[in-house]
Design a protein around this ligand. Structure first.
Ligand SMILES: CC(C)(COP(=O)(O)OP(=O)(O)OC[C@H]1O[C@@H](n2cnc3c(N)ncnc32)[C@H](O)[C@@H]1OP(=O)(O)O)[C@@H](O)C(=O)NCCC(=O)NCCS
Length: 309
């Protein structure tokens, strides 16, 4: 079989979407996505460049792709690390096709000053053994967790702290607090304000009534976001919890649990009874809280890393 690679252009989007749906037949993200949404998400400078989106053709058929960006959906990677979205149709997975894509991206990554590649795979993904053969090593897992009941644990009183809705003019302070709370995470960089706004202010499902802050006096010390995806067109119908964070010096006082409870109460008041969130296998404190609240792991993604250069 004759394979060739080239960079993606805007004209390729429909083809790419067809290929992604073939590679992930049940993935709601790609089923619902159209070209406009694709451009907004995956062709946006500065984190996405067409030079970093490589397509694999077999004769005229698009059979694989590799998209390299430090923005991996949940945030921007730290440590000069480049995230890869790698998809090859199963019948075209081979040492040859993988090497072709990875060698190209390694070269690009080095030219752009990146020192590490990261890729996340479903636990059943056939690409696993091929990546290991290319020097990728398992690092950690990302979890999607789900809770399908409305019971909340009994929480102790938080002495001296208050949790309340944010006001519209407090969004910038809220953003700053999210960045400070997540600064201890080894994988994620602080958001630029515009990046934060694209995820947390502009989308049509944003409702600031679901944004809560914890206060020590006047000081913002914790954050949480609850999104109600309850329209029939929602990709995951249910409530999504995001940006649960507490400043390092305020942790282990029950603030995170209190914030999560308020976020879930908000969603329940919007008649939502199924909740989900994403977290990492190394995030022991977060996992402890989520399990206590009745969340269980629904899907696991394996994160592989490779140092380059
Ligand atoms: C996760 C986070 C929000 C928790 O906030 P918090 O105010 O400390 O939370 P709480 O005090 O309510 O609860 C902390 C829980 O973690 C547990 N915990 C803390 N450190 C732990 C550790 N190293 N190992 C195991 N459990 C730990 C505590 O025992 C407690 O669980 P318990 O109530 O069952 O005893 C906070 O650690 C944080 O901001 N982390 C960085 C941002 C982040 O990763 N957010 C989650 C994104 S998915």
């Amino acid at each position: 079989m004759k394979y060739r690679i080239r960079n993606a252009t805007i004209q390729d989007i429909e083809k790419i979407l067809v290929m992604l749906r073939k590679a992930h037949p049940c993935d709601p993200r790609y089923l619902a996505m159209d070209a406009r949404e694709y451009i907004k998400k995956f062709m946006r400078e500065p984190y996405y460049k067409t030079s970093n989106h490589i397509l694999l053709f077999n004769d005229e058929d698009l059979v694989g792709e590799l998209l390299a960006s430090p923005d991996v959906g949940y945030g921007i990677l730290k440590n000069n690390s480049l995230g890869l979205r790698l998809n090859i149709l199963p019948e075209h997975i081979s040492t040859y096709t993988i090497t072709l894509l990875l060698q190209t991206v390694e070269k690009i990554a080095q030219e752009q000053g990146f020192v590490e590649l990261q890729v996340t795979l479903d636990s059943e993904d056939k690409l696993k053994e091929f990546l290991e053969a290319q020097g990728f090593k398992y690092d950690s897992s990302g979890y999607w967790m789900v809770k399908e009941d409305c019971t909340l644990p009994v929480l102790q009183n938080m002495q001296g702290f208050v949790v309340r809705h944010i006001k519209q003019d407090e969004i910038f302070q809220f953003y700053k607090t999210v960045n400070l709370a997540f600064s201890t995470d080894e994988n994620w960089k602080p958001y630029e304000y515009e990046e934060f706004a694209q995820k947390y202010i502009y989308p049509e499902y944003v409702d600031f009534n679901g944004y809560f802050v914890a206060l020590d006096g006047e000081k913002f010390v914790g954050t949480v976001v609850a999104w109600a995806h309850n329209s029939p067109n929602a990709i995951f119908p249910g409530g999504e919890i995001r940006a649960l964070g507490v400043l390092p010096e305020y942790r282990n006082k029950g603030i995170g649990s209190f914030l999560l409870a308020r976020a879930l109460e908000f969603l329940i008041s919007r008649r939502i009874t199924k909740f989900y969130l994403g977290t990492d296998s190394y995030n022991t404190p977060a996992l402890a809280i989520y399990r206590r609240f009745g969340f269980r792991v629904w899907r696991e993604h394996l994160r592989y890393k490779k140092r380059i250069g």
